[in-house]
Design a protein around this ligand. Sequence first.
Ligand SMILES: [Zn+2]
Length: 262
Amino acid sequence: MPLSKQLFSLLLFCLLLGCASSPLNRRQVMIFSDADMAQRGQQQYEQMRQEVPLSTDSRDIDYVRCVANYVINALDANQRGSYLWEVTVFDNEQANAFALPGGKIGVYNGLLGVAVNQHQLAAVIAHEVGHVLANHSNERASQSTLRNIGVRVAQIAGVDDSTLEVIDYGTQLGLFLPFNRIQETEADSIGVVLMANAGFDPDQTIYLWENMRDSAGPRPPEIISTHPSPDSRIRELRELMTAANALQEAANRRGINPDCQP
Ligand SMILES: [Zn+2]
């Protein structure tokens, strides 16, 4: 049957080409090329720049750029790739930020009320860049594509709809939720190292997540609803601090002393 042959080839292709490792040596299945992902990132960034109002506050813009540039400059040549890294400040009350494949960073000015100094802002930006360095978007897009192929194969094999629903729901809970937590922990670890190499104070990451937790009133900051609970994250971050503090001291000794004024 031509269709199942096609699917089989695609699955084989995924298995052969999709094996990669994250910066922390976790096996990852990725079926899209870096260039594909960078192009998607670029498109999404342009779309956001058209749809979400941009900040016109030059102080905010200069401040966010100053912090982001330190973080970007701390990337090695391999991490930076051939991409044009850039940052946009959006005029939006949400405490949120993102980084897209291809080096496109966005910061909502609502974040500046929660990340209250340059170190805390650097912590958020470095965390988001950590997702990019670990190819998390590629991994998620690949998983959802493979899941759709799996469901299609099951349909062709004649599996009935109610069983399919159970399989699909189970895959989401079993695969996607813990997977999200794995990615978050990974981005935290990469982010703390990156911000420390950029000369920022990693201890401020702890205060940042405490601020996030304490500002979570009736409407928790957006970043919390898509991220694990601040308490479990703070516990994990504390374990990274000794090593991170040493990296910051080394960066400061090399003359990297960020002084970005809000
Ligand atoms: Zn994250």
